[in-house]
Structures are given as C-alpha cells and as structure tokens.
Design a protein around this ligand. Structure first.
Ligand code: AMP
Length: 611
C-alpha cells in the first residue's frame, strides 16, 4: 500500500524525511488541507488548535510549491513568538532535509540582527518571522518581498492578542497583491475574521471539529477548594500524579515566581517562566523542561505562548485566565500529536460560573473532580513506586560487585518479607506525611454560578472565603493588577497566591483577601501613604452579602514609612532574576523528576512537616 502522504501528493524525498520523524499517517488537518493548499491557487483559513499538526499542513505544500533553484524570498511565515518561529524553522528544515538548495531563515527579536541579515543576504526562499523584527529588517531595506507567492499567518489570534496588527499590515503591504494568504488560528474572534476578510479573497475555510472546540484528546477537570487551601490542594494533585509532566499557569509574574519558589522549597522539581526573566534565563528554563530535567513549569500566559513540548501530561490552571479565550491556548499545551492530556482548573466556589463560560467556549463539559484524600495519595505513590521498580533499568555490570553482600544481608528474609519492608520504606513516610491530612474539597456553592437558576442570588452571610477590600489607589496612580498585587503583598506580608480577584478601577480598586487575613491587611495600612497621599482601605460596601452596608471603617493617614525611600516603583515586590536563579539551581541539582526515594530524605521530612 502506498504511503498516505504520497497519496496526498507529497513527493518521496519529503515523505522519507517525515517518515523518519514518525509521521505515518496524516493528522486530520493535514489530510484535509494539503490537497487544497497543493493547488497553490487559494487563500485559506484553517481553524485549528495548536498541536494538531498544522506546521506540516502548510509546510509540506510550501516545499512542494516553491522553486528552490531560485534564491529570493518566495514564502513568508509570520508567527507570534520566537519559540514558535524557531520551531517552525526547525520543522521545515527537517521536512526538507533530503531536498537540495532549500534555505529557511528564522527572523525574531532578542537575537543578533546582523546574523539574520547575513543569512538573508546569502539567499533565502522561506522566511519565518515574528512581526516586530521582520518590520525592522524591512525598514532597513534589507529584504525584498516583491516576489513572495505565499504568506502564512500562523496563530493569527495570538498575533492580534499581542498587538501585532499594525506591524502585520505594514509587512503585508510590501508583498505582491496576487500572493496567496494562508491563515491559521486556534480561535476565531471577530478581529481574526476582520483580517481574514481584509487580506483574502474567497478563502477556502477549514474548521477542525466544532468552531472554537478544544482538542478532543483533552479532558477538562475542575476542583473546588477554599482559597487558603489552594496551594495544599495543588500539591496533593501533583502528588497523586507521580508521573506528571506539567505546565502550571498563574495569573501574574509574582504569583508564578512565588509558586515556583514554594514548590522548589517543598522538594518539587519546578521552575518559573515569566516575562521578568531575561531571554537567557527563559531559554535555560525551557531547555531543562524540554529535556525533562524539570517536572513542572510554572508560567504566565504570555511567557508560555508558543511553547511546543510534546508529551505534556497535565495543564494546571492554578488561577483561571482573565480572558476566557486564553483557556484554549493553555489547555492546548497538552493532548498534542494524538496523545491524551488533562487540563485542570483549581477554583474557589465563586469561580464556578467562569468554568461554565469556558465550557461554552470550548464546547465541552468539565468533570468535577475531588481532591484526593491523603490515603489516595499514599496508595497512588506506593503503586507508582512498585511500577518504577518493575521497569527500572538495571546496570548489571555496576551492581554485580555488590550483589553477594546484598544477598547476604537479606538471607534471613523471605521474599514476602523483603517486599513488605521495601515497600514500607516509602509507604511509611507517605503515611506519616499524610496521616492527618484534611479533606481539602470545598462545598460547591452554586449560588455563585452565573448559570444558577433564575432568582437564585448570593445571600447575606455567605461571602465564601474572601473579604473584598476597597483601596483608594487605582490605574491613575499607575497600578496595573500585577502592580497592585505586588504593592499590597509588600505592604502587608500577605502572600500573593492567597489573594482573590483584583479589580483595578481609575482612582480606586478592589481586591479580595482571605477572611483570616483581613485584620492583618487593616493593621498594615494603618498610617500608610502612597506618594504623600493617605492610603485608605475599607471592606467594600459593594462586596456582596454579609458585608453589605457595613464598613469596618477606614484606616489611613500617617507615614507609609516602610515604603519610603522608593523601593516601591510601581512594580511592587517583583522579584528579580536572582530568586529565580536560586530556584533554577535548586531544581537542577535535583536532576530529573522529584524522587521520593533519593538523596533528599531530610528535604522530604521538611516538606512534609511543612505541609
Ligand atoms: P504542530 O501542530 O505542527 O505544532 O504539531 C504538533 C506535533 O505533532 C509536532 O511535534 C509534530 O512533529 C507532530 N506531528 C505533526 N504531524 C504529524 C503526523 N502526521 N504524525 C505524527 N506526528 C505528527
């Protein structure tokens, strides 16, 4: 039987190369788009999630259609991030490795422009670029796009989200009118519709699955916990999945850094990826993650854009994204290339309405899951260990010299005794750690869901676990939500991850603190000033039931002494690279996945005591 890619019209030397990459059968998007794109005569809109094989869906036809005897730019691929740019370039080079004279150049910011200019000067047929750097090179008149035949806009929704609309306009204005444009997008908000209309004539449209539907290989689960239990619940979910290789999404850079540091301190193999790290630091973290030297990558939405790592088992939404569309991007990091994956959301009872909104966007129901009990975790870890023993690779040569002594030591034990003892080593320590572990599941309060039956309203006296605070600082004072979180945490010593919703208005803002922290917050803002102005916090009168109409009064006036001398500069307690380096070092010294059986017995004891 013929290779199915040959049947789609792809030539042998390319098919041989992709066979080596393990492509046996086309993915659905490849099957449907390759025959259309191979004609070279259509504009094209493909609505497809990341991880569905769309790079080959447009890459293979491009390799068929371009003339590699000629050495001028014939195809331009625009994508949102440097990571994706490098990934696409690398994929195209792999697909074309048996072809002659193919030249693909990656053009992206944060790297030497002179190297890129040199490569362009040598001659190139395919340019893969992020918009900012591409425009820079065009403005230097260092490239000629007058003979471009194909433009690919990959992850168009992400490019627009990142504000590249004008750059894309400028870049495309340098390409010929009659080129063909192929647009790929995971979601189809109206902005993407608009650019599709603007740049294309009667495009061939392909929707993989339902519009906006998430990848069918991904299961979505949510856990309802009290705000104060969130971190413990998260750790328990991780402990319940000993083989997890996950990406954990947080809302802010500060939260990302804090969670990564807490996890590293608690003996987990985790590190942070966010925009306050230098490119070099980010590359280092990504390299470790890709190579499985890290088990958990804690990331912000922006930093995680374009991450293409296969075999991610879980995406964990430690905090739900502000933009619902971002949930699709987050969860699309798992369940790639036909594998299955789980996307988890850890929410408090008031966020269940948001889960229902996400369900509508992805066209799929979440499963409500229970935080495992301590006993469940012990059992899972124990059998994880047994499984590992079964599959361990034995270095016969090295172990041989010790075997006689080991046999000797165990001579008086039966096989059953030996197994019992061996398993107990781990089991005992887990039992010890989890013996008084509380139930972390919170009661689901449907009164807070937006889907609640008509007439169901939140009632007095049931505010959940948060107190909503009013503060007389807002965007006019230069605060974004992240900044306000930083400032508030710095001032109060309350950890960022326990803070609930933050709502920054013009001259004031609201933020939610765990009920038990509210007194601390008031005490910390007594006498506080910001830029010479008295800072006032109050329990929000509009905070909902229970607090309606009652204010605890405001606190303010006086010094704001702690912050004087300008340590606060709008960035709050943003941590600098140093702390992330520390956790990076800690993580890397641990080697691969966190291992309960290894060297870190003291570490473990500490972690469990801390629990
Ligand atoms: P993409 O959506 O292009 O980022 O592809 C996601 C992953 O699927 C990449 O690692 C590809 O190498 C892989 N892939 C793409 N097409 C196929 C295929 N036909 N068979 C197996 N793996 C594929």
């Amino acid at each position: 039987m013929n290779n199915p890619f040959i049947e789609l019209g792809i030539r042998h030397d390319i098919v041989n190369a992709i066979t080596e990459l393990g492509f046996e059968n086309p993915t659905p998007i490849q099957e449907q788009s390759i025959p259309v794109l191979l004609t070279g005569s259509n504009d094209f809109v493909g609505l497809a999630q990341t991880g569905t094989g769309k790079t080959a869906a447009f890459g293979l036809p491009l390799l068929e259609l371009l003339d590699f005897e000629e050495n001028y730019p014939q195809a331009l691929i625009l994508c949102p991030t440097r990571e994706l740019c490098l990934q696409i370039t690398n994929d195209l080079k792999n697909y074309s490795k048996n072809m002659k004279n193919v030249s693909v150049v990656a053009v992206y910011g944060g790297a030497s422009i002179s190297d890129q200019l040199r490569q362009i000067k040598r001659g190139v047929q395919i340019v893969v670029a992020t918009p900012g750097r591409m425009l820079d090179i065009i403005n230097r008149k260092a490239i000629d796009f007058s003979q471009v035949q194909f433009v690919v806009l990959d992850e168009a929704d992400e490019m627009l989200n990142m504000g590249f609309q004008e750059d894309i306009d400028s870049i495309l204005s340098t390409t010929p009118e009659d080129k063909k444009t192929w647009l790929f997008s995971a979601t189809m908000p109206s902005e993407v519709r608009r650019i599709a209309k603007k740049y294309m004539t009667d495009p061939f449209e392909l929707t993989m699955g339902e519009k906006n539907t998430g990848n069918v290989n991904i299961e979505h689960e949510y856990y309802v916990v009290r705000a104060r239990d969130k971190y413990a619940a998260f750790k328990r979910i991780v402990d319940f999945n000993p083989e997890i290789f996950g990406i954990v999404f947080c809302r802010t850079k500060i939260e990302t850094q804090e969670i990564a540091e807490s996890l590293a301190k608690d003996g987990y193999n985790a590190d942070a990826l966010h925009g306050d790290l230098s490119q070099q630091q980010r590359d280092k973290v990504m390299k470790r993650y890709r190579e499985r030297g890290l088990q958990l990558l804690i990331a912000t939405d922006v930093a995680a854009r374009g991450i293409d790592v296969n075999d991610v088992t879980h995406v964990i939404n430690y905090s739900l994204p502000d933009e619902i569309e971002n949930y699709t991007h987050r969860s699309g990091r798992t369940g790639r290339a036909g594998k299955t994956g789980i996307s988890i959301a850890i929410v408090n009872s008031k966020e269940i309405g948001k889960i229902r909104q996400i369900e509508r966007v992805i066209g799929k129901k979440f499963i409500k899951a229970e935080i495992p009990t301590g006993f469940d975790v012990c059992e899972k870890q124990l059998f994880g260990l047994i499984h590992k023993v079964h599959n361990v690779e034995i270095n016969e040569q090295q172990i041989e010299q010790y075997l006689p002594r080991i046999y000797d030591e165990f001579a008086d034990l039966s096989k059953e005794d030996l197994i019992k003892r061996f398993a107990s080593i781990e089991f005992n320590s887990f039992l010890e750690y989890y013996k008084n572990a509380p139930d972390l599941n919170a009661v689901e309060d449907t009164r807070f869901t937006r889907d609640g039956a008509p007439g169901e309203r939140p009632q007095r006296g049931n505010r959940g676990d948060f107190t909503r605070l009013f503060i007389n600082l807002g965007s006019v004072d230069g605060f974004s939500r992240g900044d306000l979180l930083g400032y508030f945490c710095n001032q109060t010593g309350i950890v960022g991850r326990t803070i609930g919703k933050i709502d920054v208005k013009g001259v004031y803002s609201f933020l939610e603190v765990a009920n038990e922290d509210s007194e601390k917050a008031f005490a910390s803002f007594k006498d506080a000033q910001f830029k010479g102005r008295e800072v006032r916090i109050e329990v929000s009168a509009a905070g909902g039931e229970g607090d309606r109409g009652e204010s605890r009064g405001s606190y303010g006036g006086g010094g704001y002494k702690k912050r004087e001398g300008g340590s606060y500069s709008g960035g709050g307690n943003r941590r600098e690279g140093g702390s992330s380096n520390r956790s990076a070092e800690r993580g890397s010294s641990g080697g691969g996945f966190r291992d309960f059986s290894g060297k870190s017995r003291e570490d473990r004891g500490e972690r469990r005591r801390k629990y």
